[in-house]
Design a protein around this ligand. Structure first.
Ligand code: UGA
Length: 430
């Protein structure tokens, strides 16, 4: 099939490259000329495992191309996927200006039937709004459909997630749209949920909010564990073994970040408020996430007596492993607070240092774990990168001043750390 991707950021580029890899002809469009130039040279503007190879393979086969020309993209394609950003406004509401802009830009080039699919995460009723907007602006009576096909890709495993989804959600309101999207997703042998557009839009916001709720729930329980000396890992294991609960997203830590959960929770809360539906549950999820960061700073302060003048080694800055993304990373709030109290920070992250420089000031960066930890009063672990699991503990111990490790991601076994002579503190396990 011929597919146009409008907006070649994280979601758009992964989706486009993966669709191309399935044998479709894909044209990725972006108004950012620089980005298109980079992509045309095979350079990927962000880090996502496996994506560079996939883009190269499919551009070499001429199944994946790039353009900044909207007319070319619309004329080329049978299906148009909208993958532009929907960042939060000041009040938490999703900013739909990029979607509106694209809808306006597409309309003059609609000369025959096209299926326009929302891939971006949008508030419920955006499909209706888009339909109305395009219909009003069309000069001739051209047929088109809007559909919703939310993405469930995680940064750091987006390519893998694309090819092995748990489910595919199609919000469609015509036989033609349904047929086209089923054709696109024919290679997948997974449950396909076919529904109306509004329900599909809600599925995305509700899924992200639910996952964030699971994290805040387990973080709340971790606070109870800390107070009574219970072990959050065992509690999560015991809870997760119940098939109705499930074990994923029950890892306690310093809270969720990234470009999705915080933004989508805020947007979903605003939708509730607009529709006069109580949103206290969602607000509490956000609140617990904030408290988790404050608690971590409190833990650091309590173990060091004072952080003023202390040298802190920080391992991990990105909001999660396998990405360089620093958006809403817990590290930002935690380190900014510790700096405000007089701590000196030396940090190492395998991937996110360049991005971190844009978000946190006055940090020294190291090229590896051991350099970051040299002479430190304490080590703080803020992202659970795999390489931190394989640290040479003996070597680490020798580099530290006081063998103090405060682990915000529960990477190590407390008993093992004690045996190795560390003063080790983590979340909900001491
Ligand atoms: C999330 C969803 O998982 C995807 O399904 C969705 O498509 C995506 O948002 C989106 O809307 O585009 P992502 O933000 O990339 O994906 O990352 P996650 O793996 O979900 O992690 C989010 C945050 O939760 C991270 O900061 C992570 O460290 C934290 N987390 C996750 C925990 O603290 N505990 C857990 O058990 C799991």
């Amino acid at each position: 099939m011929k597919i146009a991707i409008i907006g070649s950021g994280h979601v758009g580029l992964v989706t486009g490259a993966c669709f191309a890899d399935l044998g479709n002809e894909v044209l990725c469009m972006d108004q950012d000329l620089n980005k298109i130039r980079l992509l045309s040279r095979g350079e990927i503007p962000f880090f996502e495992p496996g994506l560079e190879e996939l883009v190269k393979k499919n551009t070499d086969k001429n199944r994946l191309q790039f353009t900044s020309n909207m007319e070319e993209a619309i004329q080329f394609s049978e299906i148009i996927f909208l993958c532009v950003g929907t960042p939060p406004k000041e009040n938490g509401e999703a900013d739909l200006s990029a979607i509106e802009h694209v809808a306006e830009a597409i309309t003059p080039f609609l000369t025959e039937y096209r299926l326009i699919v929302e891939k971006s995460t949008v508030p419920v009723e955006t499909g209706l709004y888009l339909h109305k907007m395009i219909k009003q602006n069309l000069k001739r009576n051209i047929k088109f459909d809007i559909a919703s096909n939310p993405e469930f890709l995680r940064e750091g495993s987006a390519v893998r997630d694309f090819f092995s989804p748990d489910r595919i959600v199609l919000g469609v309101e015509s036989v033609r749209a349904k047929k086209l999207l089923l054709e696109v997703y024919k290679p997948f042998d997974v449950p396909i949920v076919i529904t109306d557009i509004q329900s599909a839009e809600i599925i995305k916001h509700a899924s992200n909010s639910f996952l964030a709720m699971k994290i805040s729930f387990i973080n709340l329980v971790s606070q109870i564990c800390s107070k009574v000396g219970a072990d959050i890992e065992r509690v999560a294991e015991g809870m997760g073994a119940d098939g109705r609960i499930g074990k994923s997203f029950l890892n306690a830590g310093i809270g969720f970040g990234g470009s999705c959960f915080p933004k989508d929770l805020a947007a979903f809360t605003r939708i509730c408020e607009k529709l006069n539906v109580p949103s206290t549950l969602l607000k509490e999820v956000i609140e617990i996430n904030e408290i988790q960061k404050i608690n971590f700073v409190n833990l650091v302060r309590s173990k060091l007596k004072t952080v003023e003048g202390k040298n802190l080694a920080v391992l991990g800055l990105a909001f999660k492993p396998d990405t360089d993304d620093m958006r809403s990373a817990p590290a930002i709030d935690i380190l900014t607070q510790l700096q405000a109290e007089g701590a000196k920070i030396k940090a190492y992250d395998p991937c996110a240092i360049d991005e971190a420089k844009k978000h946190i000031r006055d940090i020294k960066f190291s090229k590896n774990v051991y350099d970051a930890c040299k002479g430190a009063d304490a080590v703080l672990i803020l992202t659970e990168w795999r390489e931190f699991r394989d640290i040479d503990l003996k070597r680490l111990k020798k580099t530290l001043k006081d063998s103090l490790i405060i682990d915000g991601r529960n990477l190590y076994d407390p008993a093992e750390m004690k045996k190795n002579g560390f003063k080790y503190f983590s979340i909900g396990r001491n």
